[in-house]
Design a protein around this ligand. Structure first.
Ligand SMILES: [Zn+2]
Length: 294
């Protein structure tokens, strides 16, 4: 929103738009054309220009309410400032020094503050800051900073931090050392977790391989044959895998069938029912379920 603007809603149509106010007169959003009321006529010569006073847009002739003022610039600005103030207040609780970039030539680092501090506090650290802007500047106070960082920055973060910690603005747990230590610990923790996960996966896979070998051995002597639908679909052991090209086991009271299911084509091998083999198969799939957790 711009200065002198108000946000309005046209009562008849419900459309929302902006008007510009100049000397109590009402203009369109760009401040070019006056807004008229047609109570006295439909031409620029005969229509009545609308006015703005006491927070209301009105026609001085008919006083009929044609637009509702939703928000003035001042209200908008107050709300915006308040929102920003609150946000900054939250950020201030967590004030710390942030690295904002480095010089492309020599790698010198630039630092800023994570939140805006009060002017009185600013004066305590101001000497360590310079205002950097991109490109040339004629002012002597300003430096030519062809690298990326801009704004109020310091290249002496330790001094700034010491002052702000001393003033109670940066909490001990938010110093650069404390933060990098915390980050390092988090990194280590993540690496440890990853290592553990990989180790656990490998352990499970190894177990599964051994069990699979054991199961396979018991099927070695049997001959491969094509299977009927009944043999593959009943007691379908591991439905989570779906039905395509998947190795499954069909277990009945009399036999255990190891089947490969490739769409319409099913073939497999079978052995007489054995409780030991059933348990091995169950263990195999239980381990497989567990593997999904890692
Ligand atoms: Zn009117």
């Amino acid at each position: 929103m711009k200065k002198n603007q108000i946000k309005v809603e046209r009562i008849q149509t419900g459309t929302k738009t902006f008007f510009t106010i100049k000397n109590g007169m009402v203009y369109d959003a760009f401040g070019k054309n006056p807004v008229y009321c047609s109570c006295t006529g439909n031409t620029v010569e005969t229509a009545t220009p609308m006015q703005f006073a006491n927070g209301e847009v009105f026609c001085p002739n008919c006083h009929e309410k044609k637009v509702e003022v939703i928000q003035t610039y001042e209200q908008w600005k107050t709300e915006k400032d308040e929102k920003e103030r609150k946000m900054n207040e939250e950020k201030l609780q967590n004030l710390h020094i942030v690295e904002v970039g480095s010089d492309w030539e020599c790698g010198l680092k630039y630092y800023g503050l994570s939140a805006q501090i009060d002017y009185d506090d600013w004066l305590k650290v101001k000497e360590h800051f310079r205002y950097y802007r991109r490109g040339w500047s004629r002012g002597q106070e300003l430096e030519w900073n062809y690298g990326e960082p801009t704004g109020w920055l310091t290249r002496n973060p330790e001094a700034v931090e010491e002052i702000l910690v001393g003033a109670g603005l940066i909490k001990p747990e938010n110093t650069m050392d404390a933060i990098s230590e915390r980050k390092e610990l988090e990194k280590q923790k993540k690496e440890e977790e990853l290592k553990l996960r990989v180790a656990k996966r490998n352990e499970l896979k190894e177990k599964m391989n051994l069990i699979e070998e054991e199961i396979n051995k018991s099927f070695d002597a049997s001959e491969k044959r094509e299977l009927s639908d009944a043999e593959t679909n009943e007691n379908y052991f591991n439905p989570t895998f779906g039905k395509c090209t998947v190795l499954t086991y069909t277990i009945t009271d009399t036999e255990i069938i190891k089947c490969r299911n490739m769409g319409d084509f099913k073939y497999g091998v079978s052995i007489p029912y054995s409780e030991d083999i059933e348990n091995l198969i169950k263990e195999y799939y239980a381990l497989n379920e567990e593997l999904l957790n890692y």
